[in-house]
Design a protein around this ligand. Sequence first.
Ligand SMILES: Cc1ncc(COP(=O)(O)O)c(C=O)c1O
Length: 473
Amino acid sequence: MKIYEQTAELLRSQILEQQLRPGDPLPSIRELSTRLNIGRNSVIHAYMLLEDEQLIEPRPRSGYYVRARALSQTSEARPEPRQVKLGATALAIIGAAQNARLVPLGSADPDARCSAREYFYRRLSRHAREIATAPGGNSHYVAPPGLHALRAQLARRCNATQVQADADDIVITNGTQEAVTLALLALARPGDTIAVESPCFYGTLQCIEALGMRALEIPGHPHTGMDMEALEQALTRWPVKAILTNPSFNNPTGACMPTAARQRLLQLAEAQDLPIIEDDVFGELCHQGSRPPPLKSLDSQGRVLLCSSLSKTLDSDIRIGWIMPGRYYEQVNYLKYVTTLASPGILQQAAADFLADNRYERHLRQVRRRYQSRLGLLLEAIYRYWPACAVPLIPQGGFLCWIELPTGFDGDRLYRAAQQAGIGITPGSLFASDDRFAHCIRLNYSTFEATPYYLQAIEALGDLIRAQLKPVT
Ligand SMILES: Cc1ncc(COP(=O)(O)O)c(C=O)c1O
């Protein structure tokens, strides 16, 4: 073994045996080379190796730190189906987003200050004026599957992401939430089990709860998403009706499932002839490079139901989403009709016009860069103002940052104290059916800037975290 490999092995075993814990700083390169009497290059190489293994991470101007544990190590080893009982906190968080007095780090809304959004609303108002002035215009539903012009634009966009699509493969919905709900209704009945990744977006868990289904929470890895080994084992033990995943920039971790895991997921689903609901609502928001093709692009059997919307890329208030239900098209289209009859035609028309214009692509390029740089600003502020035991996961896309605090920390308590201090955050407890993530929190950085407004909020949160960590004397 080379010296750098020996050094990496020494540190690796200290991390795995928890002598070095998540958030602990590693010695500086100079310090370790002196202590072990080895060259600095060997230490640098050892650190690079451990960074590749995602055991440690560099922080700007502050050296290397032990990374957050793989979430799979913190979740239960053998997941079992559970009833979800999340309560009303999530509704309160969405409600709090309307409170302009709160610093907006809670609800997962995108940055609304952009010309693309203005353009969308200008198109909308043009259609509104036309309707208002059209003599004798008649009122009618734009029945499912929805406006053809919009479905054609969506199919064009799907094809650009390697998903073979035609306008007739798509059903328009009221956001991703309705798309996922229709998929669940089409695929399962009350009492059935749905495999989801853990942590899982609370809206999904609450939908499973409302439909009387059970969630089988498969551990997720902070960078690669749902753990395929754990899923494979769980599928041998439990009668699962569908797998629901958010593979491209998961809410809350920002994890992105690598291609090999996506292929494995499809193989596992194929082996048991299971459908997969793919929630792609953050898929366009990669921080670097081009967006990962949706899981649907690998599906030649119509078993993936692809769900998405304009909520995270443009405005959560537009409420235009879609589903490509594959072989479940007829059931989903009928369910859309019996549950909401139709989505508003005027919004569909404005969305079709908007997508036909190439400024959406420009807008996406802009927001991807913007969110990546805002993440950098948020991390810098966290490293500066928060105790080192607060370990942010580094998301690969989207605009949400998941932060692990020491086991036993009460994220709900921090959420309440932050509200009183005028700051919105999301408690980790919402992202599971039990309290396994009660020590975590999620921050939205879509509008974050290094201004006194945001920096003071991060500093205040740091003080609240320290106050809670202080041992009672
Ligand atoms: C993973 C995920 N899926 C679905 C939704 C709901 O999206 P929509 O506004 O398109 O209904 C959200 C909203 O935060 C989300 O984070």
